[in-house]
Design a protein around this ligand. Structure first.
Ligand SMILES: Nc1ncnc2c1ncn2[C@@H]1O[C@H](COP(=O)(O)OP(=O)(O)OP(=O)(O)O)[C@@H](O)[C@H]1O
Ligand SMILES: [Mg+2]
Length: 211
């Protein structure tokens, strides 16, 4: 069976889009970012298409898009819109595809006056892949995010560490977070499809993505 995942991160700019592009390239997955802010600088969907070398037919339209590069709830309020999680529903035709859904920022980023990105993941009922930095500070951020995910009873498929390899941090996260680190993405001098697939082959537990 092919799987659908929700990719979240410990923070904004941690590498969720790069991880999503890697999964799209390696698994031929479909990509979806339901809520995108900061559209003047482009979109994560366009970045994934470029990095993974996939066409727009392997992506799904955003549900909410806002120009200002701020948190979704603020961008929506400025636009006079309220983000309604009920409107963010999985497209029905994807049961035979791998699907990667990217959140925005981290799990406690507000999307309206009552709800967080976490509530979008709960609504979609998808197992989570957590993108975390490998470097100093990651243990606290990663364990706090995992605590929020566990409290919401969301299954965590695994953690992916981004940056220079750090075996001690990896082991600590696995021990205290009760999770598996299923992949590592080193700093890449050039981000492109071939490099990302190579990282998947060499630095990911491919059994975590077996069909
Ligand atoms: N492994 C890597 N090697 C080199 N550059 C990376 C790597 N991972 C991420 N980056 C760079 O770091 C920046 C942030 O990464 P990315 O856009 O994937 O973060 P994000 O978590 O998706 O951010 P956002 O919260 O805005 O969606 C980008 O410029 C990206 O190219
Ligand atoms: Mg992103």
């Amino acid at each position: 069976m092919r799987h659908h995942f929700f990719v979240t991160g410990t923070d904004t700019s941690v590498g969720k889009t790069v991880l999503s592009a890697l999964l799209c390239a390696a698994l031929d997955a479909v990509y979806w970012k339901p809520i995108q802010t900061g559209t003047l600088e482009g979109s994560d969907r366009m970045t994934v298409m470029r990095l993974a070398g996939i066409g727009s037919d392997r992506t799904i339209d955003e549900v909410y898009k806002f120009v200002p590069p701020v948190a979704p709830d603020l961008a929506a309020r400025w636009a006079g819109v309220e983000i309604d999680v009920a409107k963010i529903t999985l497209p029905p035709h994807l049961t035979n595809d791998w699907l990667v859904v990217e959140g925005a920022g981290g799990v406690l980023v507000p999307i309206n006056q009552k709800q967080f990105i976490l509530d979008m993941a709960v609504k979609l009922k998808l197992p989570v892949i957590l993108a975390s930095r490998s470097s100093l500070g990651t243990i606290n951020h990663t364990l706090l995010t995992l605590a929020a995910l566990h409290a919401a009873e969301l299954p965590v498929h695994g953690v992916v560490l981004i940056g220079d390899q750090n075996r001690e941090n990896r082991e600590t996260i696995e021990r205290f977070g009760h999770v598996r680190v299923i992949g590592e993405i080193p700093r890449l001098p050039n981000l492109h499809r071939t490099a990302l697939i190579q990282v998947f082959m060499n630095h990911f537990d491919r059994s975590a993505f077996s069909q």
